[in-house]
Every structure is written in C-alpha cells, then in structure tokens.
Design a protein around this ligand. Structure first.
Ligand SMILES: *Cc1c(COP(=O)(O)O)cnc(C)c1O
Length: 231
C-alpha cells in the first residue's frame, strides 16, 4: 500500500511539473511521517526516499536515533524554544520559525553545536487566528533582523494553507507566498537568498507546485490517515 501510494504521489508531481513547465528536480517531496512507525519510514527509505518531516521534537529525536543517518530530517511543527536543543545537532531544515526569539534560540544552539542550521520563516498568509507564523506586513522587517543572527541561514518561506474542500481556494495564498519571496529577493539583503518555498500538503500540493512550491509536505496521501492515540 505504502509503495503504491508513494508512486501515485510521485506520478502526480511529475505530471503537474510537466504541465506547469517546471523541472521535477526543483520540487522536493517530503514524506510527513508523524505518528507513523519507523518500519514505514524504513520501507520508504528502501524505496529511495530520504526526506522526512515530523512535527514533534521527542518523536523526531527517537526516529533520528533509530533510523539511518543519511535521512534528511525536516521539522515542520510549532517549535518551543526550550526544545530546540534536542534537535539542533542533526536537524536539516526547520520550516516552522515563527518568531524572532525562536530564530535567536536556534542561532544560539547552532553555535553550541558548531554548525549552521537552515531555516524557513513560517508565514500566516491566510491570516488564520489558529495558525502560527509571521504576518505578511512584518515579514521584511523581521527578515532583516533574523538574517544578522550567526549560524542560521534563511532559505525561504513556509506556509500552512487552510483546510479547504476545493484546493483551488488556496491558489491565491500560494501565489502570494511566491510573490513575497520574489519581493524579498529583490531587496538584495545581505545573507538572504530565498530559494525554497515550502507549501502544499496532501490536499493541495498540485496547486502549490503550479504556484512555485519547491517543497511539498505530504502525509496522508502516502501513509494513510493518522490515528491519534487518546491521552
Ligand atoms: C501534518 C502536516 C502535513 C501533512 O499533512 P497531510 O494533509 O497529511 O499531507 C504537512 N505540513 C504540516 C506542517 C503538517 O503538520
């Protein structure tokens, strides 16, 4: 089931890229493995997948320790500052940087680990109350500040679009995030070269690719529905 699902998602990405005149190499498929067992990750790993996304620090850490070391781990969930230290030694990309204070903490932890940590800034494009992320209006001011912190590198932007029945409804938000990226790059800020746009999930990754996504975060369409254990 896992392999068939994966093939289907990969096929869809390929077709969408072709129709949108985009290069398939410019779109990274991140398998969102949160709540799913290590065995499923291993199966996808054996099929050649290397990019996996998690949203909980403890789970990410456990999976990192148990699984092959050439996996590229993406932190995609809301991150508390006091937990940055647990992922700082190994994380490849933190998609969910939503405050200046969090960026500062990541910078501090990166220094302690003698490495540079790549980050994306999360933008609340749809202005949803329930969502984390910078407001569009404050973004360029914050980027100027954050880009000066040592040992972190801003690679681009990320957004979580609203859950909508028809993915076409999210097209304007994806287009908006793309435009933000272009605008920021035109400012030629020191240390800022926006090249990644993390947008699109199971429900809307095709539309996101058409609007310029370079990283799609797909969970359900690959792994099936998530079952959350009751506490
Ligand atoms: C869970 C999650 C995803 C994957 O969502 P699906 O709808 O299962 O594809 C993508 N991005 C973030 C930030 C998530 O938390």
């Amino acid at each position: 089931m896992l392999k068939t699902n994966l093939e289907e998602v990969k096929d869809n990405i390929q077709t969408t890229c072709q129709n949108a005149n985009r290069n398939i190499e410019d779109v990274t498929l991140i398998c969102v493995s949160k709540t799913k067992p290590k065995e499923m990750i291993e199966e996808l790993y054996e099929g050649g997948m290397r990019d996996f996304g998690e949203n909980k620090v403890q789970e990410l850490r456990d999976k990192y320790e148990a699984l092959p070391k050439d996996i590229t781990w993406h932190m995609i969930g809301h991150l508390q500052r006091n937990k940055v230290k647990y992922i700082a030694p190994f994380i490849s990309l933190i998609h969910s940087v939503d405050s200046e204070r969090l960026a500062k903490t990541i910078s501090d932890e990166a220094i302690k680990n003698n490495r540079t940590i790549d980050i994306l800034l999360e933008v609340n494009v749809a202005k949803e109350e329930s969502k984390f992320g910078f407001d569009i209006d404050e973004l360029s001011e914050k980027i100027e500040i954050i880009s000066k912190y040592p040992n972190i590198s801003i690679k681009g932007l990320m957004t979580i679009a609203p859950y909508v029945p028809n993915p076409e409804e999210n097209r304007i938000f994806f287009a908006k995030l793309y435009q933000l990226c272009v605008d920021i790059n035109e400012k030629n800020l020191d240390n800022v070269k926006m090249s990644e746009l993390s947008m699109g999930m199971s429900n809307d990754y095709e539309v996101a690719i058409e609007e310029g996504s370079t990283m799609v975060r797909v969970g359900t369409s690959i792994f099936g529905e998530r079952i959350y254990k009751k506490l």
